[in-house]
Design a protein around this ligand. Structure first.
Ligand code: SF4
Length: 312
């Protein structure tokens, strides 16, 4: 559902008032577009490879955003600051490879959740960050995700669980997002009873049953028409999840999915307070964008991981 992503110049990332760090080696090419140096502001305390941050004007709009990005138009994607090359990509790098999911704060990425038809699978994608070097959570030299508080998974087992989450969240269109998460809750508990010696963890994942946990399942807050859209959002958060490494592994990943759904529920409730009538696709898209703005871009993700792991 994300593999076809390409910037449609919606401009959300260029008008959010974010400090866009610029790497030193890109300054000269961009300077050719400007007579003065007012477009580059100092960034005290930034890493040495950063020359400064790009200025923004009224409404938090980047000074290069004029009917699209001037830099990209003049010099191509390679000339963009690394932050702009990455957005809306969320990158996880671990010994298995480089994994990319998208932030749906980007309106184009959010549209893909609505436009997709057919199954959702983990696929080999295009270059992770076109024109740039993928950066994100680098978990290459750390231990694999935890299965329980005292047992690690192997990477093959975690890959099977990642694929399993995506499948559980995106099959059965009439299954509510709440029910899908309840199933994953039960399956985490079941998987945590696995012990080494008999069969690989990946096999145990593949043999999980689709039973629901014996807890009460909350009422859905969107109509069945939007179940697939909301579950695709959850699947995008399940894949390439930093929480697998930042938190306490499997339980933290699923708790983060609950947090995503709860945040979306609050955003939808806020919209309903302001407008009467049934939830529209456009309103749901706005709620999804605000959800990812908070969880992907504004939240202190280390702190979030500690909270979701019960460490603070
Ligand atoms: S440099 Fe270009 S892509 Fe980056 S924020 Fe500015 S206008 Fe947008």
């Amino acid at each position: 559902m994300h593999a076809s992503y390409g910037c449609r110049h919606a401009g959300a990332c260029c008008s959010s008032g974010w400090a866009i760090a610029l790497e030193r080696e890109k300054v000269d090419a961009i300077q050719l577009l400007r007579a003065d140096r007012g477009w580059l502001l100092p960034a005290p305390g930034a890493p040495t490879e950063v020359a400064g941050v790009i200025a923004y004007g009224r409404g938090g709009r980047c000074v290069f955003h004029r009917d699209g990005c001037e830099i990209q138009r003049a010099s191509g994607h390679d000339a963009l600051p690394s932050a702009c090359q990455h957005f809306p990509r969320e990158v996880l790098i671990d010994p298995r490879g480089i994994f990319v999911t998208l932030s749906h704060y980007c309106p184009t990425a959010a549209d893909l959740l609505f436009e997709h038809h057919g199954p959702v699978e983990i696929v080999a994608g295009p270059p992770a960050v076109p024109g740039g070097t993928p950066e994100g959570l680098n978990a290459v030299d750390v231990l694999p995700p935890l299965l329980t508080g005292s047992m690690l998974m192997d990477h093959e087992g975690y890959a099977a669980w990642e694929a399993h989450m995506v499948q559980t969240l995106t099959t059965r269109d009439t299954r509510s997002p709440e029910e899908a998460l309840a199933i994953l809750d039960g399956q985490v508990k079941s998987l945590q009873r696995w012990r080494p010696g008999k069969s690989p963890l990946a096999d145990a994942v593949r043999n999980l049953r689709d039973d629901c946990a014996d807890t009460a399942i909350p009422e859905p807050f969107v109509s069945v028409t939007f179940f697939p859209v909301v579950k695709r959002l959850l699947a995008a958060h399940a894949f390439a999840s930093w929480m697998a490494y930042q938190g306490n592994g499997l339980p933290s990943v699923v708790r983060k999915l609950h947090l995503t759904l709860a945040t979306l529920r609050m955003e939808v409730a806020g919209l309903r307070d302001r407008a009467c009538g049934p939830l529209t696709a456009s309103a749901l898209k706005d709620a999804i964008r605000q959800t990812d703005l908070q969880l992907v871009h504004l939240a202190d993700r280390d702190h979030l991981a500690r909270r979701l792991s019960g460490w603070v």
